[in-house]
Design a protein around this ligand. Structure first.
Ligand code: ZN
Length: 266
C-alpha cells in the first residue's frame, strides 16, 4: 500500500473520529451537535490547535489548557479506531460507493460501542441505520441474497432476544440483539456466527481480567480497613456492555476473513 494513501486515509478517519466524539457525548443529551467544543470541566471554548485529532491530546498531555483537568482517553482512542476503520476499508479497493457504505457501517459500530460503554445503552437510530446499510452492502452492492441475509440476521439475533426475555434484561440488553441482527445482515449466518463467537471469547477474557482486578482491589481494601464487606457487596452485578465485543468480532471476521467454523472443521 502506498504510504501516502495510507496516511491520508488515516488522517481523514481521525477527523471523522473527532466528529464522532462530539456525537457520542451530545447525542440525545439535548445539546445538539453544532456549536463549539468546550472543556467538559471549565466550559472554556476550544481553539483549533486544541482540536487536532490525536495530536492535541498528546501535545497537551491530556490536560485542559485553561483549568488543567484531565481530558478523557475516549477522544484519542475513538479518533485512532476511526482512522483504522478508514484505512482497512479503503485498502480493500472496492468501488467508491461500497467503500463509503462499508466505512459508514463500521463507523456506526464504533459509535454504538462507545455509546454503550459510556451510557450502557445501544442507540436505536444508530443500530437500525447499521442494519439497513449492512443489507445495502451485502445484497445491494455485493452478491448475497436478500432472503439469506434476512434469515441469517434473525437467526443470530434470536438467541440474544431469548436471553433478554428470559433474564428480563439482566444478562443481555435488547440492543445486543439488534447489533447481532446487523451482523447477520452484513456477514451471513456462518461468518456472522463466527463474529459472535469471537465476541464471546474476547468478552470472557476481558470479564476475567476485570474480575481479577476487582478481586485484587477488594483484597487490598479489606486488608487496609479490616472491613468485612456485606454479602451484597461481594456479589454485586457488574454490567459489561457487550456491543463493543460484537463490533470487534464483526471487524475481525470481515477484514481478516476469520471463520471459526472453517477453522474448527478442517
Ligand atoms: Zn478546562
Amino acid at each position: 500500500m502506498d504510504p501516502f494513501y495510507f496516511v491520508s486515509w488515516f488522517v481523514l478517519g481521525t477527523i471523522f473520529g473527532s466528529f464522532l466524539n462530539v456525537l457520542i457525548l451530545r447525542y440525545h443529551s439535548g445539546k445538539g451537535v453544532r456549536g463549539r467544543s468546550r472543556c467538559a470541566s471549565c466550559g472554556k471554548g476550544l481553539s483549533w490547535h486544541e482540536l487536532v485529532p490525536i495530536i492535541s491530546f498528546f501535545a497537551l498531555r491530556g490536560n485542559c489548557t485553561s483549568c488543567g483537568s484531565k481530558i478523557s482517553y475516549q477522544y484519542p482512542i475513538v479518533e485512532m479506531i476511526s482512522g483504522v476503520i478508514f484505512v482497512f476499508s479503503f485498502s480493500l479497493s472496492l468501488p467508491i460507493l461500497s467503500t463509503i457504505v462499508l466505512i459508514s457501517i463500521f463507523w456506526l459500530f464504533l459509535f454504538i460501542s462507545a455509546y454503550d460503554l459510556l451510557h450502557t445503552i445501544v442507540p436505536n437510530e444508530g443500530v437500525y441505520l447499521t442494519a439497513i446499510l449492512s443489507l445495502i452492502f451485502s445484497v445491494g452492492l455485493g452478491n448475497a441474497y436478500f432472503l439469506d441475509q434476512i434469515i441469517s440476521g434473525i437467526a443470530l439475533a434470536l438467541p440474544f432476544y431469548i436471553l433478554w426475555v428470559v433474564s428480563k434484561g439482566m444478562w443481555m440488553g435488547l440492543g445486543d440483539a439488534k447489533v447481532a441482527l446487523s451482523i447477520g445482515f452484513l456477514l451471513g449466518l456462518s461468518d456472522g456466527a463466527s463474529a459472535i463467537l469471537i465476541a464471546f471469547w474476547i468478552g470472557a477474557v476481558v470479564a476475567l481480567i476485570i474480575l481479577f482486578l476487582d478481586w485484587q482491589k477488594r483484597a487490598l481494601l479489606m486488608r487496609s480497613s479490616k472491613l468485612k464487606l456485606s454479602k451484597r457487596a461481594r456479589t454485586i452485578k457488574r454490567e459489561v456492555p457487550f456491543a463493543p465485543f460484537l463490533a470487534l468480532g464483526a471487524f475481525i471476521v470481515f477484514f481478516f476473513n476469520v471463520n471459526v467454523f472453517n477453522f474448527l472443521l478442517f
